[in-house]
Design a binder for this molecule. Sequence first.
Ligand code: MYR
Length: 416
Amino acid sequence: MTRIPKHGGLDHSLSLLSDPYRYITKTCDRLETDVFHTRLLLQKVICMRGKEAAKLFYDTSRFSREGVSPSHIAKTLFGQGGVQGLDDEAHLHRKAMFMSIVRHERVDKLAATFRDVFQQRLVQWTKMNSVLLYRQVQEIITIAVCRWAGVPLPDGDVDRRTTQLASLFDYAANIGPKHWYARIARKQTNAWLGELIEQVRRADYQPPKNSAAEIIALHRELDGNQLSTHVAAVELNNVIRPTIAVSAFIVQSAHALHQHPEYRQRIADGEDGLLQCFAQEVRRFYPFFPFAGAKTRESFVCNGYRFPAGQKVLLDLYGTDHDPRIWELPDKFDPDRFKNWQRCPFSLIPQGGGDYATNHRCPGEPIAIELMKVALDLLVNYCQYEVPEQELAIDMRRMPAIPASGFTIMKLNLAN
Ligand code: MYR
């Protein structure tokens, strides 16, 4: 048996928070290991990285998710009682509900709605002095995803609901006033969506057939009962909120286009498969979700290392997406690496790994990719704009990490 190396010291929460995307990899490199013990929030935690670690982490016979999210994350980002904290049959059954919401043709429908709303915004942007892309794209997605999900959103509510929903992921890692803002926003958005669930159940409001609002409101659990109003609201929020978080990937895509203008021409030329490769490389290259958490069910030995029962474990998502054993020149932005990519559920894991239906991999991944492709197409083929002087460095302390400026564009004109 080999002892799991230890990152010695009292507690490393501050090191993790000051470099959330690189703490695990940096420590692994320093200790020359792929797995180590550390202490976070005064608790013993095992951190690991790489493809083999991801395979282990998504073995549901060894790891459970119940009660794993720290309470400040559960009370902001994920909400309480949702799919992220379920295991076994309950998880498979709830996941099947999400899979039915994101069936292929429904993703296409969302992408088409997003394209319509985005194109209308492009016209408005021609009249604006400057456009803060992160915020604007959040509003576009909020309008599109609510329409698609069967959630009524009057024009006058777009600003308020976008701010509330975006705060759930933008402020999830914050402490102080932003955290409390997100806690209030969680309550407000759950109340709003819960009221809608009740209206659907009372038949006071009929959402479109097979929309997320209908599927979730009428979903029955394994015991034959409907979800409580609270959990149904959390799950509807679990469809809407992460879709709005795709705004980070879209800003990162705009950033990548700006840093690598040679791809503009290739995209404009309609190069086969390039939009897909570009979107995948943005998801691999840029920081989105830093790490995922789970806990061991029983004690077990893997590769000579003993994992104790009930042990919290973090899997390094960003580090695995930059692992040089998987990705040649991982710090080079190179969409062409995806041209002949052999899909592997444990190597490209910005939104979690494993299988959508049976693991805790985000079922919204195809949504993220399709919305990114639409945004790239519109930003390259439907308009021209300038990127003024601004702080364009990716703020690695921010989660999700985007340029500190939020990415401002100016002098936007529609393409002829
Ligand atoms: C979602 O809404 O589920 C997707 C959110 C994506 C990015 C959010 C990044 C926040 C990560 C917080 C982890 C904090 C761990 C201390």
